[in-house]
Design a protein around this ligand. Structure first.
Ligand code: CP
Length: 312
């Protein structure tokens, strides 16, 4: 297979295992490119990409922009905080105004679930979902599973526990889809109040006890408690949350085997993960960030090659 089955990357739900493997193989190539002294290739030099961020981001936004620049695309950046959205402009009007400047691809982060799907039905450009509310964050799941493959050789057959605020997490849902498509077994762990009621219908197990979850897994993906998406309290205090669901070095050292620790960022040090774990060799947090550039280059390249243009 040499091309993706989709024209947009709206969620892991909509792509196949073959798509994911193609993205990984393409990312392997770009990873080699970005480690060369000259890190730039001309592949997207006739493509214009708009990065539309209606919600805060550090890693995803910088990673996409770097990936686009490494591929020699023309890039424009938009932030809702400093835009005419504040004056009442609709999403479609904002995007159509940007597209009238001849934009080929849109990378969009939006607080509303389904914003990317909605946009893909109304505009001609290729859309990449950079996180839509608590729904999906497909490139995060691709870079997470790519990092597991890099550390453990393969994803198939591995046991992965996702720990923390599953209810408000787009990272959790995209990771569940990606891990299952690649043949991994997935459990979630966290306070029952932060676990979606339908989780078992996704083929995912639930473990309330963190120690048991860590003893079971090969990889623990620690998620941040998303206070900004909560309008009520889901657990008594942060201190109690950390005591039950925070990972620290003493806990990891007491397990019967060494596991891999991941975190999508941003980290709340001392809450879901202590610094002695986050900065240890068991954690692959910065590898995830580094792999994000190669994965995003691969996604951009593969989607751009479906646009009716001559791409080198
Ligand atoms: N992991 C992630 O999406 O981080 P940002 O919110 O900083 O982009």
């Amino acid at each position: 297979m040499s091309e993706l089955s989709v024209n947009h990357l709206l969620g892991i739900k909509y792509i196949t295992e073959d798509d994911i493997q193609l993205i990984f193989e393409t990312a392997d190539h770009f990873k080699e490119v970005i480690n060369r002294p000259i890190k730039k290739v001309p592949s997207l030099r006739d493509i214009t990409i708009a990065n539309l961020f209606f919600e805060n981001s550090t890693r995803t936004r910088l990673s996409f922009e770097l990936a686009e620049k490494r591929l020699s695309a023309d890039v424009i950046n938009f932030s809702a905080a400093s835009s005419s959205v504040k004056k009442g402009e609709t999403l479609i009007d904002t995007v159509n105004n940007i597209l009238s400047m001849k934009v080929d691809m849109v990378v969009m982060r939006h607080p509303n679930p389904g914003a990317g799907v909605f946009l893909s039905k109304h505009i001609k450009a290729s859309i990449i979902n950079a996180g839509d509310g608590a729904h999906e964050h497909p490139t995060q799941a691709l870079l997470d599973t790519y990092s597991i493959r890099e550390r453990l050789g393969e994803v198939s057959g591995k046991k992965v526990v996702i720990v923390g605020d599953i209810l408000h997490s787009r990272v959790a849902l995209s990771n569940i889809f990606a891990l299952q498509k690649l043949g991994a077994e997935v459990k979630v762990c966290g306070p029952k109040t932060l676990i979606p009621k339908h989780i078992e219908s996704l083929g995912v197990g639930y473990e309330s006890n963190l120690r048991k979850a860590l003893e079971w897994c090969d990889v623990a993906n620690m998620l941040r408690v998303q206070n900004e998406r909560m309008d009520i309290s889901y657990f008594p205090t942060t201190r109690e949350y950390t005591q039950q669901y925070g990972v620290n070095k003493k806990l990891l050292d007491s397990l019967s085997k060494e596991i891999v620790v991941m975190h999508p960022g941003p980290i709340n040090r001392g809450v879901e993960i202590t610094s002695d774990v986050a900065d240890s060799s068991q954690a692959i947090i910065l590898d995830q960030v580094q792999n994000g550039v190669a994965i995003r280059m691969a996604v951009l390249y593969l989607l751009a090659s479906k646009i009716n243009r001559n791409i080198e």
